[in-house]
Every structure is written in C-alpha cells, then in structure tokens.
Design a protein around this ligand. Structure first.
Ligand code: SAM
Ligand code: SF4
Ligand code: SF4
Length: 375
C-alpha cells in the first residue's frame, strides 16, 4: 500500500523530524515570513510532513455574486452553497493558534460573509498575517471601515481588466465602474484615516484576451492610488470551458508582442512607483514560462506548508486543485468536522498524496502544475 502506514519506512515518512517522536514541529518553533511562507518546506520532503503547516486557506464562503468565465464555480456545483460557520472556523484555527498566515478565500466571494470582520479580528488578536482576494463589488464604505478596523494585512482586488468591456467578457457582469469606484474610495478612506493597512493590490489574470490591457491596468492602478499590481497565471480547465482554456493561457505561449507588453507595464510601473509582479516571481515574465524541469509538479511545496478547507470543512491540497481538476472527490484529503487537523495532515490519505507528488506519476490534479501558480 503506497504511502499508508507500514507502506513506507520511517525515514521516508519523516526525514527531518528532530523530535524523533513522529510528531510534526509546531509553526511557533520556526521563524516564518508570512509573505514567503512557501519557503518554509524542508528541502528534503517525504510522505509525512515533518512540520505543521504555516498557512491555512479557509473558504469563508463558496457563494458568489459574479459568474467569471475563468472560475470553476461558474461551471459546476462544487459543494452546497454555504458560508463557513463561526464554529467550524474556530475549531480549525484554534488547532494551530500560532499559524503564520491565513488566507480567507477559496472559491467564492469573502465580502459576502457577515462574520468576515469577526474572523479577521480573531486572527489578528494572535498576530496572524491575514489576507484575502475579493472581486471588489461589495467594498462599500461600511465594509471598508470595518476591514480597516480589523487590522487586515492585505486586500487583493481581482479586477482582470482595464476597462468595462473586457471586464464583462472575463468576469461575466457589467460591474467594472462600480468596483473601480469602490477601490478608489477605499484608498481615499485609508488616506483620510491614516491607515496603512490593508495593503491594497490589483490582480489581472493573464489571458491572451486581456494582456493587451496590462499597461493601461498599471495606469489605472496609479490613477486610483493602488500601489501594487500582480499578473497571475491562468489555471486552465482540461475540458476548456469559459475563458480558462489552454490556448488563452500566456504560459508557454508568450509571443514577442506579449513580452513587449509586459516590459511596457514594467516601465510604467517603475514610473508610477508601483510594485508589479507575477504570482511571486521576481520579474513579471518568469511565472509565465515553464520551469526548466521535467517534472514541474515536483517543485510544489504546498502539501508540506499549507492546508486548505472548504466552507464545509473538506480538506483539499491547495487552492489550485479546484481549478486544475473537476470534482473534489479525487483530491479530498480529510474532513475537519470529523478529524483533527494533525490527523488529517499526516493521515494516510495525505501521505499517499505527497508520495505520489514526489513520484513520476503525480495525482491528476497536479500533473500540469508548476511552482508559481498562485491564486
Ligand atoms: C476564486 S477567486 C476567490 C476570491 C474572489 N472571489 C475573487 O475573485 O478575487 C481567487 C482568485 O482566483 C482568480 N482566478 C479565477 N479564475 C482563475 C483561473 N482560471 N486561473 C487563475 N486564477 C483564477 C480570481 O481572479 C481571484 O484572484
Ligand atoms: S473568480 Fe471570484 S468573483 Fe469570480 S466567480 Fe470565482 S469566486 Fe466569484
Ligand atoms: S495541484 Fe499543483 S499546487 Fe496543488 S498540490 Fe498539486 S502540484 Fe501543488
């Protein structure tokens, strides 16, 4: 039995556990930069994780008010519509009180969750770095004031276009002007209150259809006082629904014109003093090219550094899998309503998943993955 108890020797299961007791090292004992948490994984990785996760992704809701053409939520019912209950949220985060970083989105729109400010306050009271992505449609003054008061660290607005028509084509609704107004007013409110947090950024998913807008997207960010822009790599669906199709992705298909657009965006960002990057890459082009690796999935450290829970408590390996493969059953790794997080983290299913990820035959959801897919 691959990866199951008895199927691997102890060194393979737990190569760097200093305690020698089969328990993982608590995050508190390690110094983790929450913005570079993915570096926390040990270089030597086995089926068993030697340390606790340093990051949690919590799908605070799977509900949404946009039908984006790149999002799996638009095309399939993943789980029954729900917000994560306060009880489930507490039971998860209380098991890792020293976790370095918590991301409060999965597949859904976090600003639809009434408990969101309470959740952020709860995490900030113990010093966790907290962030989430939002579509920005519901960022009115009341929610904006609430968010600022929580001490939220980062607010990432997924805008995906520099003007209304392209926005509608990608995000499925005519909401561009409202979102831009919301973000502009939120930044103005921050200035008025002298609030440096949250750091606000604009995100554009790299599609053939919208990459032409990238330089204007930088200008737009500047005009509404947003200091950071991120180009994120499209994760495309195998069955090619909506705009999340292989031929739309810039990855592996960057031509000279697109390279030039990225360079132009870099130039404008430098002129405006805007920080511009692509999914954690040091320079924007990097994440769009295939890593020089035969087995790109082998670069992934997510199953050794983070846990992801849906609104119902289902454990998934990461935030990419729901995009890269249909249906959750093939990559469900546990259930937080039935098991403790540590039982899940080094349980048989997780070990089997890690074992396969380190092999020539990765789990299906991982087959096309590279290091820098970041949602
Ligand atoms: C699923 S959304 C959840 C949070 C929120 N609803 C939003 O749109 O920001 C998380 C991120 O995934 C991005 N996204 C959507 N479809 C994608 C795809 N096929 N590939 C990569 N990122 C995608 C969104 O733009 C967003 O930044
Ligand atoms: S990308 Fe975000 S806003 Fe768009 S459908 Fe998915 S969850 Fe909703
Ligand atoms: S789907 Fe991709 S990001 Fe997620 S665990 Fe697999 S290789 Fe890593």
């Amino acid at each position: 039995m691959v990866g199951g108890r008895g199927g691997l020797d102890d060194r393979a299961r737990n190569p760097i556990n200093a305690n020698g007791d089969g328990m993982s090292t608590a995050a508190a004992e390690r110094s983790v930069d929450p913005r570079r948490y993915f570096e926390a994984a040990a270089r030597e990785r086995g089926a068993m994780a030697a340390a606790d996760p340093v990051c949690l992704y919590l799908e605070t809701t799977n509900r949404c008010n946009l039908p984006c053409t790149t999002c799996p939520r638009t095309f399939e019912d993943l789980e029954p519509a729900a917000n994560m209950s306060w009880e489930l949220f507490r039971s998860i985060v209380d098991q890792f009180p020293n976790i370095a970083r918590v991301v409060l989105h999965g597949v859904g729109e976090p600003l639809m969750v009434p408990n969101l400010p309470r959740m952020i306050r709860y995490l900030k009271a113990r010093g966790t770095y907290v962030l989430f992505n939002t579509n920005g449609t519901l960022l009115n003054e009341r929610r904006g004031r609430d968010l600022i008061a929580t001490g939220l660290d980062e607010l990432r607005v997924s805008l995906d276009a520099a003007e209304a028509e392209a926005f509608k084509a990608v995000r499925g609704k005519d909401a561009f002007d409202r979102i831009v107004k919301n973000v502009r007013e939120f930044r103005a409110l921050q200035r008025t209150l002298g609030a440096e947090k949250p750091r606000v950024s604009l995100w554009l998913t790299g599609l053939k259809e919208t990459i032409g807008e990238l330089p204007a997207f930088i200008d737009l960010a500047h005009s509404i006082d947003v200091p950071e822009v991120h180009l994120q790599r499209l994760v495309f669906f195998a069955d090619g629904q909506g705009l999340a199709r292989a031929e739309q992705a810039l990855f592996e298909h960057l031509d000279a014109r697109e390279e030039a657009l990225i360079r132009e965006a870099e130039t404008r960002a430098a002129q405006h003093g805007i920080l511009f990057d692509a999914s954690g890459a040091t320079e924007p082009g990097t994440s769009l090219r295939r890593a020089q690796e035969d087995r790109p999935w082998s670069l992934c450290t997510r199953p050794w550094t983070l846990m992801y829970f849906t609104a119902h408590g289902r454990a998934l390996p990461c935030c990419i899998a729901p995009f890269s493969m249909r249906g959750y059953d093939a990559f469900t790794l546990g259930d937080a309503t039935q098991q403790s997080l540590r039982e899940i983290w080094n349980g048989e299913t997780y070990q089997k998943f890690r074992h396969e990820l380190l092999s020539e035959k990765p789990p299906t959801c991982c087959g096309n993955c590279g290091l820098r897919w970041s949602l």
